[in-house]
Write a protein that binds this ligand. Structure first.
Ligand SMILES: C[S@@+](CC[C@H](N)C(=O)[O-])C[C@H]1O[C@@H](n2cnc3c(N)ncnc32)[C@H](O)[C@@H]1O
Length: 294
């Protein structure tokens, strides 16, 4: 069959003009594909109120029958993910000024706005606590922490070494001047120029996974922003290193990429730690925040 024919056949089935035998494997495979595609689409649209959609997906997953154990295992992770997705409180965010969003970034402006509001609340309530940012890249988030906190110590960790993916990202962001960096070259000076860190911000140029976090001051971390990895093993390793610095019932963990379905390790991590990292907020972005409640 030619690929054009396959596409038109798919269209006919999707539009319900051709009905498949409901008990055949083809139907099952087709329904699964349809489900996964719609999940991807939902994510691309970054729908704010997903409750109806999530209900439909969960119904689909719960009622699907006769599947192989491997497929069932795969679907279980989707079911867990959708269950967590229903538990966040949706928050609208305010527009930021140009000097608050001007640094090249992967993070959504809505996430920056959420972090700004969170900083202001922290500044009022928890002056003797630290903020940790893992993986700031060019410093878009650090810029917000720099501008909106004064008395809280902010610790920022990155190896600041140029990698291949950063070229294409900068090109996509319309910042061709970054192309002068060589792979492996340090961009920490560029970061400092863009952020202009004040005294309350300490920059740690290090490998996040092999760093000694015993000397954070003050000891308790009230906000942890994690954007250096979406690998499951790295997440577990760093979380276990920092866990005893989090304050039960108070510390917020911000995960800017949780809604990105490619970040499967991140989704797996949060599914596994769902009994102590409790869903808190979502904005119109891929970001989700969690409160530490062991
Ligand atoms: C996806 S980027 C972060 C994007 C940034 N948060 C933003 O919104 O623009 C990941 C960052 O983590 C850093 N990184 C990744 N693995 C690291 C590690 N093991 N140690 C230190 N830094 C690391 C990279 O250098 C990069 O700056």
């Amino acid at each position: 069959m030619k690929s054009d024919d396959i596409l038109s056949l798919q269209r006919e089935i999707l539009n319900r003009r051709i009905f498949l035998n409901p008990f055949s494997n083809d139907t099952l495979n087709f329904s699964l594909c349809e489900f996964l595609i719609s999940l991807e689409r939902r994510n691309a649209l970054l729908d704010f109120d997903t409750s109806n959609y999530v209900r439909k997906c969960r119904f689909f997953l719960e009622n699907i029958e006769n599947i192989q154990p491997k497929v069932a295992e795969l679907l279980k992770s989707y079911r867990d993910y959708l269950e967590v997705e229903t538990q966040f409180t949706s928050l609208e965010t305010k527009e930021l000024d140009i000097d608050e969003v001007g640094i090249p970034k992967l993070i959504y402006p809505q996430t920056l706005s959420y972090i700004k509001d969170t900083c202001q609340a922290i500044g009022r309530e928890y002056q003797d606590c630290s903020i940790l940012e893992l993986g700031p890249w060019m410093g878009a988030t650090t810029n917000i922490l720099n501008k909106n906190l004064k008395n809280n110590k902010v610790h920022v960790y990155d190896q600041f070494l140029w990698e291949d993916w950063m070229y294409s990202t900068c090109r996509d962001l319309d910042n061709p001047n970054f192309e002068s960096f060589q792979k492996g070259q340090s961009f920490s000076e560029k970061f400092k120029t863009l952020v202009n860190p004040k005294d309350h911000v300490t920059i740690h140029e290090c490998d996040i996974l092999n760093h000694d976090y015993d000397y954070i001051t003050p000891e308790s971390v009230v906000l942890l922003i994690q954007d250096f990895t979406d690998e499951y093993e790295s997440m577990v390793s760093i979380y276990n290193k920092l866990r005893d610095k989090l304050v039960p019932g108070k510390s917020i963990v911000v995960s800017p990429q949780f809604g990105n379905l490619n970040a499967t390790g991140l989704i797996r991590f949060h599914a596994e730690y769902k009994s102590e990292l409790i869903p808190l907020h979502r904005t119109r972005s891929a970001m989700r925040s969690f409160v530490f409640k062991p």
